[in-house]
Design a protein around this ligand. Structure first.
Ligand SMILES: [Zn+2]
Ligand SMILES: [Zn+2]
Length: 334
């Protein structure tokens, strides 16, 4: 009576069920970092996934975790695949039970005093799978300068998922974008925090956010210069944290320093912003003799606390962008 079921169960051993995965309207597939502390969601171009990506290794654009290509299903896709496979297997077991019952009922002796029949309850199950739907389109589309694969992320990314290369140029652009976003969201952050934590906390947080913009900008530019300088040699430790030292290194490597891209007054402004960053990092923002002397900023007296304004952040972003662009062209990386 259960012959069909036993046969079906036997055939389930090692049986595979294929479940499709849909690309989004731009032709991108969802992927997710398998590292449990990251789980970064991103998308890859479907054609590039077939033609450029390698089976042995794919890298996370955020944390650079390396894993074989089959490890990058999103949690949502994995769950969908599991439930679809289960649906199909249940369907097969169900129909084996039904056909077993049918045979059993057919084989009942006629003209018997006792009549027995068997019924399998439960609706017919699906025997086909539905593909996993694609998540919403991601706005930031990136093409790797190294392997030309295309991928998409929300926010920013550091590494190419197909070749693992970190693009210094893209990282720098991303960092400046992030700083600008931080600056622009200040009012919204202040309003939200004032409501939940009170005005003092809100003001304190916003001021500290604004101050980190100077530090972030200087760090991003330092990393950018170190990356671009790679082909010219190894720069002294933290040399690109200082304007004059950095400019000198470029003058030796390219024949031109920062004066090529910034006017004397812009260069002065940049030095002031760098000195401010230095004070914030090492003196908790309290103006010292060194600051007054090095920055040439006459608006403060020794012992005062720096005030970083939105205009300071804007000035720094504008100058770093200009320098970054100039260096990129001069290094032949534009
Ligand atoms: Zn990751
Ligand atoms: Zn690449």
């Amino acid at each position: 009576m259960f012959d069909d079921l036993i046969k079906t169960l036997g055939s389930l051993n090692g049986r595979s069920v294929s479940v499709g995965i849909e690309a989004d309207e731009k032709g991108y597939l969802d992927k997710q970092c398998p590292a449990s502390n990251c789980e970064f969601l991103f998308k890859v171009n479907e054609d590039d996934w077939k033609n450029i990506f390698k089976d042995e290794a794919v890298w996370c654009p955020m944390c650079r975790k390396e894993s074989p290509a089959k490890a990058w299903f999103t949690i949502e896709q994995a769950e969908h695949i599991k439930s679809e496979a289960l649906t199909v297997l249940k369907g097969e077991i169900n129909s084996a039970l039904r056909s077993g019952a049918k045979k059993f009922n057919r084989n009942q002796p006629r003209n018997s005093f006792i009549s027995m029949s068997m019924e399998v309850k439960g609706g017919m199950q699906r025997t086909y799978t539905l593909p996993a739907k694609a998540a919403e389109v991601m706005q930031l589309e990136i093409q790797c300068e190294n392997c030309s694969s295309r991928f998409a992320v929300i926010g920013s990314a550091y590494f190419c998922p197909a070749c693992g290369v970190n693009s210094v140029i893209r990282t720098f652009d991303d960092s400046l974008r992030k700083i600008r976003a931080k600056k622009d969201s200040e009012d919204a952050v202040r309003r939200a925090l004032a409501e939940s934590l009170g005005r003092d906390e809100a003001e304190l947080t916003c001021r500290s956010l604004r101050e980190t913009c100077l530090t972030d900008g200087a760090t991003a530019f330092q990393k950018y210069c170190e990356g671009l300088y790679d082909t010219y040699g190894k720069p002294p430790f933290n040399a690109f944290q200082r304007i004059e030292d950095g400019s000198k290194l470029w003058r030796e490597a390219l024949g031109v320093g920062y004066e090529k891209w910034l006017s004397p007054s812009e260069l002065e402004e940049l030095k002031i912003q760098y000195q401010k960053r230095h004070l914030l990092a090492h003196q908790e923002g309290i103006v010292d003799e060194r600051y007054v002397k090095n920055s040439g900023d006459a608006s403060y007296k020794v012992g005062q606390r720096l005030v970083v304004s939105t205009a300071d952040v804007e000035a720094l972003l504008k100058l770093l962008e200009k320098l970054g662009q100039g260096l990129k062209v001069a290094c032949g990386r534009a």
